[in-house]
Design a protein around this ligand. Structure first.
Ligand SMILES: O=C(O)CCC(=O)C(=O)O
Length: 325
């Protein structure tokens, strides 16, 4: 009850952050989110050969909110990861956890991997990079790290990983609603194909350019959805608005049909989801990693005891953390 009162009072009095004229979002963002990002890119490319080498990809990312890096992950690294994960599926003592769909306002639950139906579309194995060393070569493959560290202008922190065996069928959404950071726009995700993706398998889909849709403000103020604070209808209206507003702007709905080893990186606010599965016999194995900059903290650190707020440094540029283990 007290909690309810707190949230309703907060909803009444909270006001959105002041507009930041140099950014599209009032929550700011990375340099690639600035209104003058293309000019910034030209300046950076003139000064830094590493940026110049990525200039075409960065321009595409700035304009479209995503970029495809073909062959980003070595095939042998994927095979090693799939073998290690398969061994975990078959073991009775794996510490791995999975998120599974349930009815209710939270709509998901976290269970030991052995209790999860991996063939259910919304099952996600959580943060495999914590327990499977082979996952690190995927989430931190060189082309991903080069691109992400240029975008973040910093080291990178993986703070949520989702492994899918099947298409997710997840409605088109913006990650900033659920994947929450102290600096909400300091977010990118990679989607790595662990096999050649077949049409009908529930392909990843996205509205190109939707990262520039005006902010959706939960309870008039917040970038993220909180089921205790915000009405269910507000959440549903957000999802509906992404399709409507993308349609009004003529943004194309595209699907990703990658080869094994290809990766797609999306920016914080790209509207994306999983297509319906046309052929239930098809798998669609993929690994999503959500990253922020080394200097930003996941919001979940607020709710973890100090000893669990730890970053495992893989190398000077890359670290990972988790809320689950
Ligand atoms: O892979 C998919 O189908 C969607 C994944 C997704 O939306 C996410 O991880 O945020």
């Amino acid at each position: 009850m007290l909690r309810k009162l707190y949230w309703s009072a907060r909803s009444l009095f909270a006001s959105p952050p002041p507009a930041q004229p140099e950014y599209f979002s009032r929550f700011g963002g990375l340099w690639t989110d600035r209104r003058d990002a293309l000019a910034v890119l030209d300046r950076k490319a003139a000064q830094d050969p590493a940026v110049a080498a990525l200039q075409g990809k960065l321009k595409f990312f700035i304009e479209n909110g995503y970029v495809i890096l073909e062959g980003a992950v070595p095939l042998d690294a994927i095979d090693a990861y799939r073998a290690e994960l398969q061994a975990a599926f078959e073991a009775d003592n794996t510490p791995l956890l999975a998120s599974v769909p349930v009815q209710g306002p939270q709509d998901k639950d976290v269970v030991p991997l052995a209790q999860a139906d991996l063939d259910a579309p919304l099952t996600k194995v959580l943060d495999t990079y914590v327990h499977l060393p082979s996952a690190l070569r995927l989430s931190f493959a060189d082309p991903l790290v080069r691109f992400l560290s240029t975008v973040f202008e910093d080291g990178i922190l993986a703070f949520q990983g989702l492994h899918f065996e099947r298409g997710s069928t997840q409605a088109v959404h913006q990650d900033t609603a659920y994947v929450v950071l102290e600096n909400p726009m300091s977010l990118c995700a990679s989607w790595v194909a662990l096999e050649d993706v077949q049409p009908g398998s529930g392909e990843l889909m996205y509205y190109a350019g939707s990262h520039r849709l005006p902010d959706w403000l939960y309870s008039g103020a917040f970038k993220h959805y909180n089921h205790e604070r915000d009405k269910h209808e507000e959440h549903m209206a957000h999802l509906k608005s992404l399709v409507e507003r993308s349609g009004e702007r003529g943004l194309p709905l595209q699907t990703f049909l990658p080869k094994k080893g290809d990766a797609l990186i999306w920016s914080a606010d790209l509207a994306h989801g999983g297509s319906q599965i046309g052929d239930p016999s098809l798998t669609r194995r993929s690994l999503v990693t959500h990253y922020t900059s080394a200097s930003t903290k996941p919001y979940y650190f607020r709710f973890l005891p100090a000893e669990r707020q730890k970053v495992v440094q893989v190398n000077p540029q890359c670290g990972h953390t988790t809320m689950y283990y």
